[in-house]
Design a binder for this molecule. Structure first.
Ligand SMILES: O=P(O)(O)OC[C@H]1O[C@@H](O)[C@H](O)[C@@H]1O
Length: 313
């Protein structure tokens, strides 16, 4: 599309300093840093939150989708805002940028676009069904293995008064049921893992889900997330590394008879000589992870880490 007017580029952004002890404001070269692979040409305003959400108003959604692909950002939703503009939200790595970028007709126009975004999304945020943070909340060590989790999880028996807790439960329940949120979960975890890093190289890293209790649950829950997450990180999809020989009852808690391995068969070639990333929805006592990570090491894994959507509070 040929623009009939010159576009004014403005930026204001907050970066963390290297130790992340203090935030500083920069304007210079931010657009180069944000749009480091390609710069926008059409009208665009973005507002970026430190937690990894970027809200946008664009005159050319195709161009913006192309920029997102190039930079590894994920468009969660967008819709028509006016005849000329689309409005929406995408996810990016958390903790790198916070601020805004405008490429628009004038100072006043740019400011208005930012106001629209701030207003719309502050309001929408209250209505969000899922949480969209793209940084792990915390890490625990189990048998010396790093286990990253995205959110504190308040189990069903606790009444959730806090909107964020409800969003976390929505994400975990929908993920357990399978379906559309597998892709969203994969994108969120990909961004988190890029930030946190994993052991070894992409080539020798494999993603393996901690098996559900039945084949049906396993089939609903994991194939989509394993496919996308491994593809986006460039690591091996190890969905087929573990085979459920027969269904078992759900094993809650830490009971001394809890044996999550007894109905499982392992395909060694996925595991031997690999750095394994074990994935599950929730970490509660850590017993499932503990047993599986030991088994992985017996089968020749070089290292094991865990990645979880929630850690039970
Ligand atoms: O073994 P711990 O950590 O106690 O419990 C976690 C397991 O309990 C289930 O709800 C989860 O899906 C996960 O597999």
């Amino acid at each position: 599309m040929v623009e009939e007017f010159d576009l004014l580029e403005e930026v204001e952004v907050q970066f963390c300093d290297e130790e992340c002890t203090e935030s500083v404001w920069h304007g210079v070269n931010y657009s180069e840093s944000l749009f480091c692979r390609e710069k926008p040409k059409s009208e665009l305003t973005v507002v970026i939150r430190e937690e990894g959400m970027m809200y946008f108003l664009t005159a050319d959604i195709k161009e913006f989708a192309g920029l997102c692909r190039k930079h590894g950002w994920y468009i969660v939703s967008h819709q028509r805002f006016s005849e000329a503009m689309e409005i929406g939200m995408c996810l990016m790595e958390a903790g790198k940028h916070a601020g805004w970028y405008s490429l628009g007709r004038s100072k006043e126009w740019n400011a208005m676009m930012r106001d629209v975004l701030n207003f719309t999304f502050e309001r929408e945020k209250k209505m969000d069904f899922y949480p969209y943070e793209t940084m792990f909340k915390g890490e625990v060590l189990i048998d010396g293995c790093r286990c990253h989790y995205l959110h504190d999880y308040y189990p069903t028996k606790i009444e959730k008064t806090d909107a964020h807790q409800k969003r976390v439960s929505n994400l975990i329940f929908r993920f357990k049921e399978g379906g559309h949120c597998g892709e969203l979960v994969a994108r969120i975890l990909a961004l988190c893992l890029k930030h946190a890093g994993f052991n070894g190289t992409k080539e020798d890293t494999v993603l393996i889900p901690i098996p559900a209790s039945t084949r049906e649950r396993q089939r609903k829950r994991f194939p989509v997330v394993c496919y996308y997450l491994s593809e986006w990180l460039g690591i091996t999809d190890g969905f087929k590394a573990i085979w459920i020989e027969e269904d078992r009852e759900q094993l809650k808690g830490k009971g001394k008879d809890k044996d999550i391995l007894r109905n499982l068969q392992f395909t060694r070639r996925y595991i031997r000589g690999k750095n394994v990333v074990l994935l599950d929805d929730v970490l509660t006592t850590g017993e499932s992870f503990r047993q599986l990570q030991r088994k992985m090491k017996q089968l020749g894994a070089l290292s094991v880490i865990g990645v979880f959507l929630g850690k039970t509070v």
